[in-house]
Design a protein around this ligand. Structure first.
Ligand code: PEP
Ligand code: MN
Length: 265
């Protein structure tokens, strides 16, 4: 690409290639925080596919604040993600926390996610940069834009050009009403500073399902290339991030709301 031009990241899925980038429709990534069991992940995948999503997200390895909280089902969850892809043709996005797990995750995932807590895990960044699957790099919760772009640079410098940036909220002082402060200004700022595709995650960004739809609309208005939305068939029973997960019904309506504005999905 030439200076000032956007690059695109094209991800091959069973349903066909999905391009992320400024000149393409908004790519929708949806699914539960964690892969809990076969029924819920396959059911969620079917529902989000029917609503128009392109990728299924779901954690097998979860970075939880408390070591006593559910840590994810690990390898068996990766197998369930494979099943969900076979059922729906959706691409799979899942997080790597430890480079010891990278190879098996990269065998399954269509996009490997590096979470907020690992954004500056430079040895992990070098390793995801040395493998061939596209990488989704979430913003660290106290990272400046410069920190974040330099983290992306580690992946690019290691030889992997397919990096997508995801704004997921930065540390807030108002823990009472929002989990994080979703920095939507990051979208136009990144557009000016980098050629890389830009995703926004209003679920982690706000922490509450009821605020997700308006922030999705806002993110599209700001020019994002992709959205990540947590969806759970029964949020009240979720093993992680239930309060910020929308139901499949709400997701379906949200997709209709998104389709009527701007860079339609
Ligand atoms: C997630 O996507 O479920 C997650 C843990 O995100 P983050 O790294 O942004 O907290
Ligand atoms: Mn989550």
């Amino acid at each position: 690409f030439r200076h000032g031009e956007s690059s695109e990241v094209v991800v091959n899925t069973p349903n066909g290639p999905v391009p992320f980038g400024e000149h393409h429709p908004v790519v929708i990534v949806a699914g539960p925080c964690s892969v809990e069991n076969e029924e819920m992940i396959v059911e969620t995948a079917r529902r989000i596919k029917a609503a128009g999503a392109h990728f299924l997200r779901g954690g097998a390895y979860k970075p939880r604040t408390s070591p006593y909280a559910f840590q994810g089902h690990g390898e068996s969850a990766l197998e369930l993600l494979v099943k969900a892809r076979e059922e729906t043709g959706l691409g799979i996005i899942t997080e790597v926390m430890d480079s010891a797990d990278l190879e098996k995750i990269a065998q399954v995932a269509d996009v490997v996610q590096v979470g907020a807590r690992n954004m500056q895990n430079f040895s992990l960044l070098k390793k995801v940069g040395a493998q061939s699957k596209p990488v989704l790099l979430k913003r660290g919760m106290a990272a400046t834009i410069e920190d974040w772009l330099m983290a992306a640079e580690y992946i690019l410098a290691a030889g992997n050009p397919n990096v997508i940036l995801c704004e997921r909220g930065i540390r807030t002082f108002d823990r009472q009403y929002t989990r994080n402060t979703l920095d939507l200004s990051a979208v136009p700022v990144l557009r000016k500073l980098t050629h890389l595709p830009i995703m926004v995650d209003p679920s982690h960004g706000t922490g509450w399902a009821s605020y997700v739809p308006s922030m999705c609309l806002g993110a599209i208005a700001c020019g994002c290339d992709s959205l990540m939305i947590e969806v759970h068939p029964n949020p009240a029973k979720a093993l992680s991030d239930g309060p910020q997960s929308v139901t499949p019904e709400r997701f379906d309506t949200l997709m209709q709301e998104l389709a009527v504005i701007g860079k339609a999905v």
